[in-house]
Design a protein around this ligand. Structure first.
Ligand SMILES: [Mg+2]
Length: 215
């Protein structure tokens, strides 16, 4: 007989672009730098450079990098402002998210957030979303893929999980490593690359809900 735990349906959900309108969030974020006399354009350029160098968004790196170009800027205050901005991420959550997460909880899904990022800053952004009450667990990993972390936390009978993410490389990688999983790619912006390897590609959370109803 299966124990209760192994019967539990488990879903891993991504944060940026999947739940958060990261494009809107970033536009407002780059404006934040203007309060410190740094143009939004320079802030954005420095952001792109940082992504190339360290592969992720680290506000400490970002502020220090801009500090070299703008020596008059109080980088300590800037860092604090950048961390603080993440606490307002609630304003940028996609409109269909709350309904979807409520649906999951009502239908007894085990909901785990799985996000890649610079841990301390990303945790602030996740907390600021006001969505943590819907998650049984939050994983923020400092990695370039999600399969490695899933391999660490999952036991064999658990490999029938559902995985939702916007990123083509991450969804393809999870499907490759966990062929029994149900992988859903969500397309939030028209320029996103669509996977032809995953189980489903959806345009919003309501479509994702229809898929889960059949699982
Ligand atoms: Mg994402």
């Amino acid at each position: 007989m299966l124990n209760k735990k192994s019967q539990e349906r488990k879903i891993f959900i991504d944060f940026d672009v999947t739940l958060l309108n990261t494009r809107l969030f970033k536009n407002a974020y780059f404006k934040e730098f203007e309060k410190f006399g740094i143009s939004g354009k320079d802030a954005k350029e420095a952001y792109e450079v940082m992504k190339k160098i360290i592969g992720k968004d680290n506000p400490y790196f970002h502020a220090a990098y801009l500090g070299k170009r703008y020596p008059k800027v109080d980088t300590k205050r800037l860092k604090a402002a950048l961390i603080n901005f993440r606490k307002q991420s609630k304003n940028y959550v996609f409109k269909d998210v709350q309904t979807f997460l409520k649906y999951l909880i009502i239908n007894k899904w085990r909901v785990e957030l799985l996000s890649i990022g610079y841990r301390s800053a990303q945790n602030k952004k996740v907390q600021g979303s006001g969505l943590t009450k819907f998650f049984h667990k939050v994983h923020v990993v400092d990695s370039d893929n999600k399969s490695d972390h899933l391999k660490k936390i999952l036991k064999k009978p658990d490999d029938h999980f559902v995985f939702i993410d916007d990123n083509i490389y991450l969804v393809d990688d999870v499907k490759k490593n966990f062929p029994k999983s149900t992988v859903i790619q969500i397309i939030r912006y028209s320029h996103q690359l669509k996977s032809d390897k995953v189980d489903h590609v959806v345009g919003n959370m309501n479509q994702a809900k229809h898929i889960l109803e059949k699982i």
